[in-house]
Design a protein around this ligand. Structure first.
Ligand SMILES: [Zn+2]
Ligand SMILES: [Zn+2]
Length: 533
């Protein structure tokens, strides 16, 4: 027997439930329950049952002046829904004869005795988790219904990619859609083209945030698809078009489920995730500086990132350190110019630079703990302008990746030490401009653990996979410095369809099936998080 039944005492509760249900989903309930009131149904008489596909409301006149409404869910509900507990908590009814309950005047509290009785009777139910399966089914159906819209939205963003800090069109469309969904608050032009919206649920509760990034990359689209980029040299090659689309999908879906939501959802649309760190904060760091995590402050933040390494329909997760920190640096070697025929009169900065490149590799191979995964890459090297001149300057740029803050500090020190020693040996000098970028993406283990059951219910047990660490960085890590966060990996590959190209390549694409999966998972995570806190 799956039916779970909860008894709402107090005539006023009965009336409120009837009204709420009739307003939201059960027009029939109003007629039935109202008629009980008007007809003054005798004690003990059971009213007719009102059914919809999802809910059943029965009413029994138990004993004057109390009415008892039995509200239960006939399907697979394992437990009493917190949603309905909240409905009852929202009561604003004064104690009055059972046959004619009257709403309190606005702002006027109910008599304490009524409140106390209602709360005491509801406490056992409140301790039980919500009717999660039904909610997941509801979310799942709503996400499926959005499929066409999601694909259209993603293709529109894909055809109009915008580079970091130039997301004008994207953010305008995001804000327009959010207004259409009836968000309670919308802030635009946050940290450039960022957009932040707040959706308030029908019931009091905490706040949870979702973050999507919106920018594209300076990569030329080589795919011949109907939704090919219309901007030469710019492409959504990291799936941020999908991230933005999914978060809009979640906003649309949840805006239609306000009645089921406790607390609020903060939707964060962030610019400039791809931009390299500079002197001033950008992207996530600037969003935080401009208050995105305040007023109200979320208890947790969730995000996702597409990956073609995992098939569409699946979700990857990793608790703890999941993605590497990413720093960048510029090394300038200063030598002395001379005629190429008289090298002894100069200091050849190219030869010194070559020695430095080799010596820097020993930091990884010989100096840092061998069990510590790190990367130290020199990505560019530029120097000289004529074949017959000993050049006096070489510039090199590179990146450092780690999973460990201690190793990160050590590497910077060792680079200075190495460059100092090598350049001194040749009579050269150096400058090292070391720029601290994104931190390690650290998925709070308790948050991950608490989230996994929700993901399982949304996509099925077999579609949840533990993912390996990645050296790729993500500025989602900045949010995680402030509040617990969980960045999921959204499977977006499909070998049968030939969708295997990695992010940041001209051939990158996603299996659009992942859009519906993303909306399902993120919506479920939000609702479950708010129900549990
Ligand atoms: Zn990227
Ligand atoms: Zn990305």
């Amino acid at each position: 027997m799956h039916n779970k039944r909860t008894v709402f005492p107090v005539a006023q509760t009965f009336h409120a439930v009837a009204q709420t249900f009739s307003r939201r989903r059960m027009q029939i309930a109003r007629g039935s329950l109202e008629s009980a009131r008007v007809l003054n149904v005798p004690t003990g008489r059971r009213l007719k049952t009102c059914d919809t596909a999802d809910w059943k409301v029965c009413a029994t006149i138990d004993a004057q002046p109390f009415l008892v409404a039995q509200v239960f869910q006939p399907a697979v509900s394992p437990t009493f829904s917190r949603h309905r507990v909240c409905l009852a908590r929202d009561l604003r009814y004064s104690r009055s004869p059972a046959t004619s309950p009257q709403p309190c005047a606005r702002g006027q509290g109910c008599p304490r005795s009524v409140w106390l009785l209602a709360i005491l009777m509801l406490l056992p139910a409140a301790g039980i988790a919500g009717d999660a399966s039904t909610q997941v089914n509801k979310i799942s159906q709503a996400a499926e219904a959005l499929r066409t819209t999601l694909i259209q939205t993603r293709r529109d963003f894909h055809m109009h990619p915008e580079l970091s800090n130039h997301e004008e069109r994207t953010s305008r469309i995001v804000a327009e859609k959010l207004r259409g969904f009836g968000m309670d608050e919308i802030r635009t032009n946050v940290a450039g083209y960022g957009v932040v919206a707040l959706l308030k649920g029908a019931h009091p509760g905490r706040v949870v945030a979702l973050r999507a990034d919106m920018d594209a990359l300076p990569i030329n689209e080589t795919m011949d698809v109907p939704y090919k980029s219309l901007v030469p040299g710019v492409k959504h090659a990291c799936g941020h078009d999908a991230h933005t689309t999914i978060e809009l999908g979640v906003a649309e879906l949840l805006s239609k489920m306000r009645g089921d939501i406790r607390g609020s959802v903060k939707f964060v649309f962030q610019p400039a995730e791809e931009a390299p760190p500079g002197e001033k904060p950008i992207g996530a760091a600037l969003m935080i500086q401009e208050g995105v995590l305040e007023n109200p402050r979320p208890g947790a933040i969730f995000g996702l990132h597409t990956t073609t390494e995992i098939d569409a329909g699946k979700i990857g997760y990793r608790a703890g350190a999941a993605q590497a920190s990413s720093d960048s640096f510029v090394i300038t070697i200063h030598g002395k110019m001379s005629h190429a025929a008289d090298p002894q009169k100069g200091v050849d900065s190219i030869v010194v630079a070559a020695e430095c490149v080799t010596a820097l590799q020993t930091i990884k191979s010989r100096r840092i703990d061998t069990f510590e995964p790190i990367i130290l890459t020199i990505g560019t090297i530029h120097g000289g302008n004529r074949p017959n001149i000993i050049t006096d300057e070489v510039k090199m740029e590179g990146t450092v990746r780690t999973f460990n803050e201690g190793a990160r500090k050590q590497i910077e020190q060792m680079m200075r030490q190495t460059l100092g020693g090598v350049t001194a040996a040749y009579g050269a000098t150096f400058d090292l401009d070391y720029r601290h970028g994104t931190m390690v993406v650290f998925n709070e283990p308790k948050l991950v653990e608490a989230s996994l059951p929700s993901i399982r219910r949304a996509v099925g047990d077999a579609n949840l996979v533990e993912a390996p660490k990645r050296m790729g960085a993500e500025d989602f890590s900045f949010y995680q410095q402030v509040v617990p966060g969980f960045l999921l990996r959204l499977g977006s590959g499909n070998k049968a369809k030939g969708i295997t190209a990695e992010a940041h390549t001209p051939e990158f694409d996603i299996d659009e099936e992942c859009l519906v999966t993303g909306v399902k998972v993120m919506s479920t995570l939000v609702v479950d998080y708010l129900n549990a806190h």
